[in-house]
Design a protein around this ligand. Sequence first.
Ligand code: CA
Length: 219
Amino acid sequence: MFQAFFFDMDGVLFDSMPNHILAWSETLARYGIPFTARDCYLNEGRTSRDVIMLLANRHHVPVSEEQLEVIYHEKTASYRRRGGGKPMKDIDLVLHFLEQRHVGIWVVTGGGQTDLYEQLEGFFPGIFHPEKMITAFDVKHGKPDPEPYLKAWERSRLDKSQCCVVENAPLGIKAGKAAGLFTIGVNTGALTREDLEQAGADIVFDNMAQLHQWLLAQP
Ligand code: CA
């Protein structure tokens, strides 16, 4: 059994992708930039500014540095207006199972909200701890760079073979594998199993209940 699990946040701990998709579509439409759910999942893990520039370039829409900041803030405000995310279905089964077995529970996210710990504590009381969180403030390079997962591994002081990544998106899976860690893909969104397998996931589950069943069967 692994001694630490490194959980991604959006689309893993929080069922937040539907509101991210709505917020992106609404905001980008005002600037004439098309956006699909698949765009959201395939680019998940990139910083918001990188997503804006990537899509703007793809659709030949010129965006100035100033506009980039405005679009970023409009998208963030739209997401917050929609109430953010709610806990992923059955993630509580997974977290409580690990907690009972004294397995380390970490969050490794590209998110940089200053109230992240309070959000986690509100939804999952007593499960997460500030010293087991890697956020945008802790790294120079976000996913798919391995830095966020390497930082979690270093802080855990465990062997790599004792650590496991849980991700829902291809770029996050690539980050976990590039860090040399066993990486589980849970397909909670609009992608196919093949998208997660091709990104390099060691195992792919369709939902958190399947991950929980797999954990129960581990020696
Ligand atoms: Ca994610």
